[in-house]
Design a protein around this ligand. Structure first.
Ligand code: MG
Length: 364
């Protein structure tokens, strides 16, 4: 089998509301990606996710740097093609951000293609550790919600069957964060797991001050308290709080996870397949985390369709994040019961886009 076409695309999908965390404001979700076609008629779809910034650049990297490397090659040799893309002409200026996200889209498309060619859902192809994955829900914990609305939305998620939810912190005044967490626990109780996510907004001094004040509220993890590359500061913070740290959604190199783990600076590895460079390095990081008995909890499962497959494949991943904003984009419906994802038996990575969604949301 040979690759005959690499067709980049960009979709802009309205999420149907406006949400905020400490640094991000989202109304429309960007999906730059590609369709890879072969001489045997099998194809694969991969994409990454943006807040629209960088979409055009990711599209250009796929078109100008990676497509020429891939054309004519055997799509089943995912490792060889990963290296070939990584060491292509753009390596000099790449290795993180735009290039890593473009490479993620390409690698996911190749794995989708390979799984379809072999007639297997991706989670089975990668080892099939389990056929269902528990999720926690983030889509009720936004920072732009009033305390009353926050409690109402988190309560609705608990009623719908989730027993783990996340809320955002990182308010301009950190005392407001403590008050919001206290209000949630006072009203909704302690019968569920509660995670908090600062989205990188704090400096070390602020994080060291706020984290101990959150400890009485049984926080499962504190996510991205600091700048995502700063191993030392995370290690120092972890020494000063008993709340486990979670991070990794903005890390672009597998070796960085090694350094965080060795520094005891992370307890929940949130490696994101759409940023780390695709399925190939994601599985490396999951194996690394497993060797150190560190949990893997990947980013959300609707915007990043491939994550349920990866969590199901890996013994290190017991849980996945759930935010359901893009339900009408993809061919395959997600099956979620009481917060648990049931994996599909359809061959591929569940990334195929409905033709109607392409027609409606495609901007390039
Ligand atoms: Mg996060």
């Amino acid at each position: 089998m040979k690759i005959t076409a690499v067709e980049p695309f960009i979709l802009h999908v309205p999420i149907g509301k406006h949400i905020e965390d400490s640094v991000n404001r989202v109304d429309v979700w960007g999906l730059p990606g590609c369709v890879i076609r072969t001489d045997e008629g099998v194809e694969g779809v991969g994409y990454t996710s943006t807040q629209l910034g960088g979409d055009a650049e990711i599209h250009a990297v796929i078109r100008d740097a990676y497509a020429p490397v891939l054309l004519g090659q055997d799509p089943m040799r995912t490792r060889a093609l990963w290296d070939a893309c990584y060491w292509s002409s753009i390596h000099w200026v790449g290795r993180a951000g735009i290039t890593a996200m473009a490479q993620s889209a390409v690698d996911i498309a190749l794995w989708d293609l390979k799984a379809r060619a072999l007639g297997l859902p991706l989670w089975r192809l990668l080892g099939g550790h389990k056929d269902r994955v528990k999720s926690y829900n983030t889509d009720g914990g936004w920072l732009n919600l009033s305390v009353d609305e926050l409690i109402r939305q988190l309560g609705a998620l608990l009623e719908a069957g989730w027993d783990a939810v996340k809320m955002k912190v990182g308010s301009p005044d950190p005392r407001a964060d403590v008050q919001r967490v206290r209000a949630v626990r006072r009203t909704l109780g302690y019968g569920f797991d509660l995670m908090v996510d600062a989205n990188q907004i704090w400096d070390l001094g602020t994080a060291r001050k706020v984290a101990p004040r959150l400890e009485p509220y049984e926080i499962t993890w504190l996510e991205e308290p600091l700048a995502p590359d700063d191993v030392r500061s995370h290690a120092l913070l972890q020494q000063s709080t008993r709340i486990p740290l979670a991070l990794g959604e903005h890390i672009y190199a597998p070796v960085a996870f090694r350094d965080f783990i060795l520094a005891n600076a992370v307890q929940y590895v949130q490696v994101d397949c759409t940023r780390i460079g695709g399925v190939t390095p994601w599985m490396d990081v999951a194996a690394l985390a497993h060797a150190f008995n560190v949990n893997v909890v990947p980013h959300h499962a609707d915007m990043m369709r491939v994550h349920p497959h990866l969590a199901a494949a890996s013994p290190a991943a017991a849980m996945i994040e759930c935010i359901l904003w893009l339900q009408d984009v993809f061919v395959e419906p997600l099956r979620i019961e009481r917060g648990v994802f049931h994996l599909s038996e359809t061959p591929g990575a569940s990334t195929a886009v409905r033709p109607e969604a392409f027609a409606r949301y495609r901007v390039a």
